[in-house]
Design a protein around this ligand. Structure first.
Ligand code: GUN
Length: 293
């Protein structure tokens, strides 16, 4: 079994991005600029946004954070989205999710200019991805495909089973791996909460992607010998050994599954670090006007 080291690959790509940003700045052009809208005080969202700021700094990017109160109206958020759509100093921006229940998430996403949608959540970017023309890819699917690419894992003709059909992970990664590209050309089965005979389907997977959001959902009896297992789960559990009193774990029962597979992503240190790189990659593309001129 080989461990897929997301931290090492992320560090390698971060260096590549920082070098490109430096060459942009050397030419006298403005540094890539990422903005984030954060609504409310959700601790996980605050951590994500703080990490994005740290990543920007590490790559020589400019970052701006717009913090709005939990009770902010949808109209105010849409006004800020409109402002950032028209702010020529900002290359791309994200609206951190989840949003408070009184805000229509899709309404907000649809109002982001596709050219600045570095999360890749806008229907135009998802549609461009579907028909295999350049687009901003959502960060987690990007991270998964990039790990597969950089580890040289063969995907052509392989059966890939994805568990979970979310808009930001399961559905787009299914599209990416079924496209006529490399990595790609998989036969993809997308499973979800209503799937019958899930275990039998998972047992057919050459590549199994767990993005169901349920701790330790994938057990060894669901995994074929020598399969590639990608764990997208992220769950906090109590741990006496850790200073913080908790540690992270995934959707896969790592100890037993890792004995059976050819490659596996650990949690933490697998897909997670790569999702942060996805946003930086898209912001760099936005600054270079690579997709929308
Ligand atoms: N919340 C959890 N993941 C993400 C992400 O990739 N983008 C945004 N905007 N919010 C998130």
């Amino acid at each position: 079994m080989k461990l897929i080291d997301g931290n090492a690959i992320a560090e390698q790509i971060r260096k590549e991005i920082a070098a490109e940003a430096a060459s942009i700045i050397d030419k006298g052009l403005p540094a890539p600029h990422l903005a984030a809208i954060l609504v409310g005080n959700d601790p996980a969202s605050m951590t994500y946004v703080a990490n994005k700021e740290k990543d920007c700094k590490a790559c020589g990017f400019i970052s701006s954070i717009y913090r709005l109160d939990e009770k902010t109206t949808e109209k105010s958020i849409l006004e800020l989205v409109d402002f950032l759509n028209n702010d020529h100093e900002v290359d791309g921006f994200i609206v951190q999710l989840p949003l408070p229940a009184h805000i229509r998430v899709n309404k907000v996403i649809e109002n982001i200019s596709p050219a600045k949608d570095v999360d890749g959540f806008h229907p135009v970017n998802l549609g461009r991805m579907m028909i295999n023309i350049p687009s901003y890819l959502p960060a987690t699917p990007y991270g998964i495909v990039e790990l597969i690419r950089r580890y040289g894992i063969e995907t052509e003709g392989q059966h890939c089973v994805v568990i979970g059909r979310s808009n930001i992970v399961g559905t787009p990664v299914s599209v990416l791996l079924s496209r006529n590209t490399n990595p790609g050309n998989c036969t993809v089965t997308l499973c979800h909460s209503r799937t019958q005979h899930l275990k039998e389907i998972c047992l057919q997977a050459d590549i199994l992607i767990a993005a169901i959001g349920k701790k330790w959902f994938v057990t060894a009896d669901m995994v074929k010998q020598d399969a590639v297992v990608i764990d997208v789960g992220m769950h906090r559990i109590e741990s006496a050994e850790s200073k913080s009193g908790f540690r992270l774990t995934g959707d896969v029962k790592f100890d037993e599954v890792s004995k059976k597979c050819s490659y596996i992503t650990p949690v933490p240190g697998g897909v997670g670090p790569m999702t942060r790189i996805g946003l930086l990659t898209n912001t760099l593309k936005a600054a270079k006007k690579e997709i929308y001129t």
